[in-house]
Design a protein around this ligand. Structure first.
Ligand SMILES: [Zn+2]
Length: 144
């Protein structure tokens, strides 16, 4: 089943414009992850900067990486929900919006995927370009 494009989850959430643009890139799977750079002709030996096991793709980095899953799990635990991760980033936004419509804090709930993705992307870039990393507990706190 084709889910509707989650434009409200991208452009109608209360986050800075540059973060909304970044969310759009993630949802379109156009953010400059290693697989997208390779599609543009860059020669890379792709690996995820977090788990160091998988090729860095948008889906892996923002949904399926075991480190990213831990950030998602923080919010699942806070709300006591059991959620199976969608295959695509745009599906994650659509499904998250549906889940949020049943909650009392819709506006805060809507920015959760954006917070997770922005936190992961900033940390990924620290690891990639500055060879610095912080522990998962600090990542969770940054996200919260
Ligand atoms: Zn990974």
């Amino acid at each position: 089943m084709l889910l509707p494009w989650p434009w409200k989850m991208i452009w109608k959430v209360k986050v800075p414009h540059k973060v909304a643009c970044f969310t759009w890139l993630v949802a379109r799977q156009a953010v400059l992850t290693q697989d997208n750079l390779m599609k543009r002709g860059r020669q890379l030996c792709s690996r995820c900067f977090f788990c160091e096991r998988e090729i860095e793709t948008t889906k892996h980095l923002f949904i399926h990486c075991r480190v990213t899953e831990k950030l998602w799990q923080v919010f699942f635990n806070l709300r006591g929900i059991n959620w199976s991760m969608p295959r695509h980033t745009s599906e994650a936004l659509t499904c998250w919006n549906r889940e949020g419509n049943m909650s009392g804090h819709k506006e805060r709930w809507k920015i959760v995927p954006v917070c997770i993705w922005w936190t992961i992307w900033r940390e990924r870039n620290q690891r990639c370009f500055e060879n610095k990393s912080i522990p998962i507990q600090s990542l969770k706190l940054n996200c919260l």
